[in-house]
Structures are given as structure tokens and as C-alpha cells.
Design a protein around this ligand. Structure first.
Ligand SMILES: Cc1ncc(COP(=O)(O)O)c(C=O)c1O
Length: 426
């Protein structure tokens, strides 16, 4: 295969088989890229990407700027230890041991700095945790739909994804289906709560069920909890690692992108035992060595000062979910009211529309950009058929200023259904 490819590429060697396989496999990224470009056009209300349009945490930004400019803090502009700046590790511990436990109304297991590894966002934490835990021949169980990066990460390890479908309208996990997916090759359960895109928060019963299965079948868990501070109404964020016997087999991934609305800083952390973090640290050192030091400092200062309210952002997101949810219901969408996280999903089938069709229509007729649900559905690599592009689901980002959501709602209310056909996007 290599010699043919060399000739075809005019003498340039081909990319690795693993990367080439990702290009060939990826069926949805073209839709996503097209919509991202269109969403940036002037006058568009962008509820597409989960990227805040408000300022990130003020205390963190001020402290980071100071660290960058203060001649007495020049060391804060150099490498930190790979596991993280000690002040941030300490602040993470203080936050989880004190503020977080109080907010969620439960006694939590105390963590120490050896349980904290600072990563370049949760993305890097997830990738390198995966690297530490699985390889060719291993199976990873994950829910479908989910955060799109999970699948390429598993595939890049040479491991096999096994999907368990989440059913609407609540998209809660079915533990029986989940157990049936476990085989002797299963190594990792990949969980996410609050969930992107569906907004479900695991209940105590579900958390206990996952823990029971992980212990029964001797599995690791990667628990993606990046939206941990954003739960609505009576929903609470529950940590799987707090269950008896689970801390030892769980890596919990957290993110300053979401906690502090600083998606461009690329800082997150992994919480686990020193043994599991040692594994993660091997490839963490080889991919990034450490997260940006002055930004780690800024986050340490902000986290020390944090009382759990995060400058009111979780409350803003909750209010946005209520406003948008009721406007979409009025318009005839089937709305899954989220229990947490930064997104709301809506079923377009009551309007007689498919997801991609409806997303294009909203962009063309109301200048509101949203993401078709298909982007969050993983295609089974073993299935021959192409992706079911017709899924009637849309995802709306809620991490937006109140006036952005109000404007989007105003435009959506003015839309008429059944649709005026939109122009083709090419
Ligand atoms: C569920 C989930 N996990 C992980 C990430 C990545 O977070 P980070 O920006 O910290 O890399 C995202 C980002 O949107 C996400 O939605």
C-alpha cells in the first residue's frame, strides 16, 4: 500500500494508516465545518459551538495578566512541574474538599495534591487517560450520542468502541443495556455527566449501578465531569469516584474551560489515585509537558477565592435553558429540558423536519445557528451503512449572554413552520 501511495502523492510519503483511517471514517465533520463557517457570518445568533460569548472569570484573568507582567513573578512564565503548579493543585484540593462538598450537600472523599494532575484542558486529560488505560484489542463502552471527540480518541489507541444507545426524550442510561455490552475485552466505561449534548445528570441510582458494574467486571472508568458546576433545579452533580471502591479505578476529568468560562486557556485537571495519574503522566509529559503556567496561576487565585457561584454563570445558563426551552416548545419542537450542562436538545420530528434540514432552515430564515444532533451520534465502525444523516435532533448552546438568547428566541418565535426551503449549503 505504501509504494502505491507514494506514487499517487507525487513522491510524498502517506500519512500513518491510523490517521488516514480517521479521515476515511469521519462522515460528519464536513457538515460541522460548513455550519461553523456560516455561524460566524455577521448578524448570526450563534447557539452552535459551546463557546461562551461572555467574559471568562475576572479574578482568573487579572491574576494571569499580573503573573505575565510582574518582573517578580517571572518564574510563573516558565515550565511548571508536569503534574501542575503546586498552588493550583492545592487550590483544586481546597475547592473540592471544602466548597464543592458543601454545595452538593454531601461529605466527599478528601483529596490531596497527589490526586490532582493539571492537564491541557479535559481534552488532553481524556486522550492521555485513554492512552494509559487501553490499547489494541481492548473495548471501551460509551453512550451514543456523546461528545464527538471520544470516538477518534478510542480509535487512535487502536481500541474498539462499543456503543450503548441513549433513548429520548430523557436520554437516561439503561443499565441493563449497558451490562449487556460488557465483554471479557471491556476495559473502560466512559461516562459523562452532566451530559453533552442531552443534559442528563446521573441520579444516585444510576451512579450506584455504574459502580456495581465496574466492580463486578473489574473495569476502569473515565468520568468526564467537565460541566460539574452547572446543574439545574433539584438535580445534583454526583461523582462516581465517591462511591465505595470507585476512586481506585476512576479517572475524573474536569475543565477550567467550563468552570471558569475560559475555553481558550486550555487548562483542566484529572483526579485519581497517584498510581493511575502516574500512567496518565507518561504521555502527558510527551504531549504537552505542562499546562500554561501563568494561566494555572490565574486559576489557582480564582479557585482559592471561589465560593461555588462562579460569577453567576451556572445560574445564567439555567435561566437560558428555561427561556429557550419554553420558546421551542411553543414553536412545536419536542424539548428535552436539561438537568445540567451547557446544552439543550430538541426533537424536530413534530415539525416534520430532519435535524440537518432544520439547522439549515434556522440559519437561512432566522440567522440562528445551531448544531444538528447527528454530529453527536457515533457511527459504528463495524457497520457498513452510512451515518443516519436524518436524525431529527438539534443541539442549542446555552452558555451565551442573556441578550443573545433573547434575540435568538425573538427570531425563532417569528419563524414560520412548515418551512420555506433554505438554499443548499455548498
Ligand atoms: C463533554 C465534554 N468533555 C470534554 C470537553 C473538552 O473540554 P476542554 O475544553 O477542557 O478540553 C468538552 C468540550 O466541549 C465537552 O463537552
Amino acid at each position: 500500500m505504501a509504494s502505491n501511495a507514494v506514487i499517487q502523492n507525487g513522491g510524498i510519503p502517506p500519512l500513518s494508516d491510523m490517521i488516514q483511517a480517521e479521515f476515511d471514517f469521519d462522515k460528519t465533520s464536513t457538515i460541522w465545518k460548513e455550519l461553523l463557517v456560516l455561524a460566524r457570518q455577521p448578524g448570526v445568533c450563534n447557539l452552535g459551538q459551546g463557546c461562551p460569548d461572555y467574559n471568562g472569570h475576572q479574578v482568573a484573568r487579572e491574576a494571569a495578566v499580573q503573573a505575565m507582567l510582574d518582573p517578580d513573578k517571572s518564574a510563573l512564565n516558565q515550565y511548571s512541574m508536569p503534574a501542575g503548579l503546586k498552588s493550583l493543585q492545592d487550590a483544586v484540593c481546597a475547592y473540592y474538599n471544602n466548597v464543592y462538598g458543601l454545595r452538593e450537600g454531601q461529605a466527599k472523599r478528601a483529596i490531596t495534591p497527589e490526586n490532582v494532575l493539571i492537564t491541557v484542558g479535559a481534552t488532553e486529560g481524556l486522550y492521555n487517560s485513554m492512552k494509559a488505560l487501553v490499547g489494541p484489542g481492548d473495548e471501551v463502552i460509551l453512550f451514543n450520542p456523546g461528545f464527538p471527540f471520544y470516538l477518534p480518541m478510542i480509535r487512535l489507541m487502536g481500541a474498539t468502541p462499543v456503543f450503548v444507545e441513549l433513548d429520548g426524550p430523557d436520554f437516561a442510561p439503561d443499565l441493563e443495556k449497558f451490562e449487556k455490552a460488557i465483554t471479557p475485552k471491556t476495559r473502560v466505561l466512559l461516562l459523562n455527566s452532566p451530559h453533552n449534548p442531552c443534559g442528563h445528570c446521573y441520579t444516585k441510582e444510576e451512579i450506584e449501578g455504574f459502580a456495581r458494574l465496574a466492580l463486578k467486571y473489574n473495569l476502569f472508568v473515565l468520568s468526564d465531569e467537565v460541566y460539574e458546576n452547572t446543574t439545574f433545579g433539584d438535580a445534583k452533580h454526583l461523582r462516581l469516584a465517591d462511591e465505595e471502591g470507585m476512586f481506585e479505578r476512576t479517572i475524573t476529568l474536569c475543565s477550567a474551560s467550563k468552570l471558569f468560562s475560559l475555553t481558550g486557556w486550555r487548562v483542566g485537571w484529572a483526579l485519581s489515585t497517584p498510581e493511575l495519574l502516574k500512567g496518565l503522566n507518561v504521555s502527558h509529559c510527551m504531549t504537552s509537558y505542562c499546562a500554561p503556567t501563568p494561566l494555572q496561576h490565574g486559576l489557582a487565585v480564582a479557585l482559592e477565592a471561589e465560593d461555588g457561584t462562579f460569577e453567576g454563570i451556572p445560574k445564567l445558563v439555567e435561566g437560558n435553558a428555561e427561556l429557550l426551552g419554553s420558546a421551542l416548545r411553543e414553536k412545536g419542537f419536542g424539548v428535552t429540558q436539561p438537568e445540567g450542562g451547557h446544552f439543550l436538545v430538541a426533537d424536530t420530528s413534530p415539525l416534520g423536519l430532519k435535524g440537518v434540514e432544520c439547522a439549515k432552515l434556522m440559519l437561512a430564515n432566522a440567522k440562528v445557528s445551531v448544531v444538528p444532533g447527528i454530529i453527536f451520534y457515533f457511527a459504528d465502525p463495524n457497520a457498513d451503512e452510512t451515518v443516519d444523516i436524518d436524525r431529527p435532533l438539534l443541539r442549542f448552546a446555552l452558555c451565551k449572554r442573556r441578550d443573545t438568547i433573547e434575540e435568538a428566541v425573538r427570531r425563532i418565535r417569528q419563524m414560520t413552520f412548515p418551512p420555506i426551503p433554505p438554499p443548499e449549503i455548498h
